[in-house]
Design a protein around this ligand. Structure first.
Ligand code: NOJ
Length: 762
């Protein structure tokens, strides 16, 4: 038997060799890039590297001079330039455009001893130069195909500009709208966030990392960054194992399972240990238990910031802690390049840790195909052709329309008639061509988005008057505190009042400008900033027929608007095609289908407010009507708009919920959805569970399935979901995933307050 097996193996090997000989060169290349062959190439290269060259691969610098210009001669730039030429730089960020990327790559490849190419990183967060909606807005589409496509075209455009690695997706879950970076994530829910993480990783990386049209993705920020205390960016995070395992970690794990090549650690400390120096997060869990074989990049300066955290006493110790904890690449701290060699020589750091980090980095470079052709992303003709091309613009427009959420539409004020209306368009944001680009748009130029004013002008049979009402100071706000923006100047009010008085309907565009959300843009008050609330109330006094279009990067607390304004459209920061998308929705050329990925509070004091909360021991008003239950004495517990909420120009009815057990650990749930309105529309059918009694208490509702369904008027469709132990189980406080037998409720509907209920027993 054994003999036969050996003969067969020999025959196969012979056949394989014979085939290989005849194979064309394409096949040869593909075979050369198998996992095993990359491992060999990595170890071969590693064996040739000096300690300094190895550490160089772990060093990432920001773009440091006009690369095509004169050689830098002083300060940091001179140091970086010298390091680059010596082979002490493995990656650069914020170098963009074929010309500049080629220039730095040429130094790495042609001037250094080993010629190892650089990996070029960039924050391609929601597009490169042509922008799609901010990630929070994209999440509001709940449309995984569109989100994947958006990442795919972003990769296509960025890779045409020389970039091969994006610092996205940000998969941090957050329940705090004060935190400015909620704009960069997928919102508050771990299930939705995990699905979106996968879509984005697949979109950026495609099926073939070596293709010149894809880029390596980066799951960030590992971990807990979205739970910064008080919503203040960079603040400490203190959360227990249940929240970590059930809420914070799953989107990272989903990104990893989707093949994400890199992780970025985070600025925050987690339970007393800065994430960058956190061995549990990086070595034990990520690289250990989860077997991640890509590399971890630090966040900007996060290695040296461990000194300020009060964790490491100086940069040398910070470098030691970071490498020991599993941070492979140092973004801009100079900690590795200056300290690691000494630490190894002094016996403080084992060289095997360096070898492991470098191998991980080299592996990704090989997978990208950078060793085969370091200039594969440097094609001027492609750059010219691809940037801003039709396919990318169309995908951005499609994504923008899908991201819009209709929050209120009393008396069907929307959609607007296409002729015969006198419309006043009011608000500085309505004519702004920059804010829609959001705060992450490093390569996009100011003034390149389609404004709402421009969008509205494309419907010429209505009479449109535009008035700003109140201006905002914008340019200076980019990198400074914005506390004093436009709190005084009411000189534009009279013109806006006049326009409103003489109109049938007023479209008011209010909210945040691009730099009122994003990194370091936490807000303690999340109402309409500056004079805008006053402007809204002033206009309302003369014309109540207002359609409020919100532009913002986070949930806003707008209870007055909800009470008084008949129609409200959540239009976020929608990117380059913003004005076109919004107007198509206002005029009914696109029927909105977005659903909120994050709860809108009534009051900032309710934060953190999120749908999947626990019940507490005192969840409802007692019969005795006394005060001793879990509530506020000055505000309701209810959100203004719940997670998963969003309207359409049509209406939907849910019925016939059936729950059927299909095995010991799984159930099938089905429901009928009918379009009961007059126009075709899309609905996101959402399924929530409640595990009623468990050894670790479970949230009152948890999203465990959703499906986008499009129906003609009067059409009905049956939607089915299957829940397995993956959806029904949870992590206990020891970090074990368990499924507890017992009673479950299941809810299906169009938002997280869905009340069509069934139940089952496991
Ligand atoms: C800091 C941010 O936290 C991170 O998300 C980003 O990728 C880096 N800066 C690089 O720009």
């Amino acid at each position: 038997m054994n003999n036969l097996k050996n003969i067969c193996i020999c025959a196969l090997v012979f056949l394989a060799l014979a085939c290989k000989k005849q194979a064309n060169s394409d096949l040869d290349t593909r075979m050369e890039n198998t996992d095993a062959s990359i491992d060999n190439k990595v170890s071969d290269l590693l064996s040739k590297m000096t300690l300094e060259e190895k550490i160089g691969q772990m060093n990432q610098y920001n773009g440091f001079w006009d690369v095509t210009g004169p050689t830098p001669t002083n300060g940091d730039a001179a140091k970086k330039y010298e390091h680059l030429r010596k082979g002490y730089v493995g990656s650069m960020l914020n170098v963009k455009g074929v010309k500049d990327v080629r220039a730095v790559q040429k130094i790495a490849v042609e001037e250094t001893r080993l010629g190892i190419p650089l990996i070029i990183g960039f924050d391609v967060i929601h597009g490169y130069k042509t922008l799609s909606p901010i990630p929070l807005a994209e999440a509001a589409s709940w449309d995984l195909k569109a989100i994947k496509k958006s990442a795919e075209v972003a990769a296509k455009e960025a890779s045409a500009a020389g970039i091969n690695w994006t610092f996205a997706p940000m998969v941090d879950i957050s329940r705090d709208a004060r935190w400015g970076r909620v704009m960069e994530g997928a919102g508050e829910d771990t299930y939705l966030g995990s699905k979106i993480a996968v879509a984005r990783v697949e979109g950026f990386q495609g099926n073939d990392l070596a293709s010149p049209f894809t880029v390596a993705a980066c799951a960030k920020h590992w971990a807990g960054y979205g739970f910064a205390e008080a919503g203040r960016d960079y603040n400490a995070v203190d959360v227990g194992s249940s929240t970590l395992n059930n809420i914070i970690f799953p989107p990272f794990k989903a990104a990893l399972d989707a093949g994400v090549k890199t992780f970025m650690n985070s600025f925050n400390e987690l339970n007393g240990i800065p994430a960058t120096g956190n061995a549990y997060l990086q070595r034990e869990l990520l690289k250990g238990k989860w077997e991640f074989d890509g590399f971890v990049v630090s966040d900007w300066w996060s290695i040296k910031e461990m000194v300020k955290h009060g964790f490491a006493k100086d940069k040398r110790q910070a470098a030691e802690y970071a490498i020991k904890a599993g941070s492979d690449m140092d973004m801009e701290s100079y900690a590795y390049v200056e300290e690691l060699a000494g630490l190894v020589r002094d016996g403080k750091v084992d060289e095997s840790l360096i070898d492991d980090a470098v191998s991980r980095i080299l592996r990704v470079k090989f997978e990208l195909g950078l060793f085969d052709d370091p200039y594969k992303y440097c094609d001027e003709a492609r750059e010219k052709q691809v940037i801003g091309c039709k396919e990318i613009q169309e995908a951005c427009l499609d994504m923008a329309k899908k991201s819009i959420v209709l929050l209120k539409n009393e008396n069907q004020l929307l959609p607007l008639k296409k002729e015969g209306l006198k419309i006043a368009l009011i608000g500085a944001l309505a004519s702004d061509k920059t804010s829609p680009l959001g705060s992450w748009r490093l390569a996009a130029e100011d003034n390149t988005a389609v404004s709402i004013l421009e969008g509205m002008q494309q419907y010429p049979n209505n009479d449109l008057t535009y008035a700003k009402g109140a201006d905002f100071v914008y340019g200076e706000a980019k990198f400074t505190s914005e506390l004093n923006i436009n709190t005084k100047d009411r000189s534009g009010f009279p013109e806006a009042i006049e326009a409103a008085k003489n109109s049938d309907v007023v479209v008011m565009v209010l909210g945040e400008h691009a730099f009122q959300s994003g990194e370091a843009r936490s807000r303690a008050d999340i109402g309409l900033p500056s004079l805008q609330q006053e402007l809204l109330e002033t206009i309302y006094a003369v014309n109540k027929n207002i359609i409020l279009v919100l532009n913002n990067g986070r949930p806003l607390a707008i209870p007055w608007a909800d009470e008084h304004i008949p129609a409200i459209v959540e239009a976020w920061h929608l990117g380059t095609q913003s004005g076109n998308a919004i107007t198509q929705v206002l005029y009914g050329d696109y029927n909105p289908s977005g659903k909120l990925p994050m709860t809108f509070p009534r009051n900032v004091g309710q934060i953190p407010i999120y749908y999947n909360h626990k019940n507490t021991g005192r969840p409802t008003l007692p019969a005795s009507n006394d005060v001793f239950w879990s509530h506020y004495i000055d505000e309701s517990n209810a959100p203004l708009y719940p997670f998963g909420y969003g309207l359409s120009y049509t209406s939907f009815a849910y019925s016939n919920l059936k729950v059927e057990k299909i095995s010991d650990n799984s159930v099938k749930v089905s429901v009928d959805l009918k379009n009961t309105g007059k126009v075709k529309g899309k609905e996101v059918v959402q399924l929530y569970i409640h595990d009623l009694f468990a050894r670790v208490t479970r949230p009152i509702k948890e999203l465990k399935g959703f499906e986008m369904v499009e129906l003609e008027p009067n059409q009905t469709k049956t939607i089915e979901f299957v829940l397995t132990e993956l959806e029904l189980g949870f992590f206990n406080n020891e970090g074990e995933f368990i499924l507890e037998p017992g009673e479950f409720n299941v809810f299906v509907g169009g938002n997280s307050q869905a009340d069509l209920k069934g139940s089952f027993q496991l």
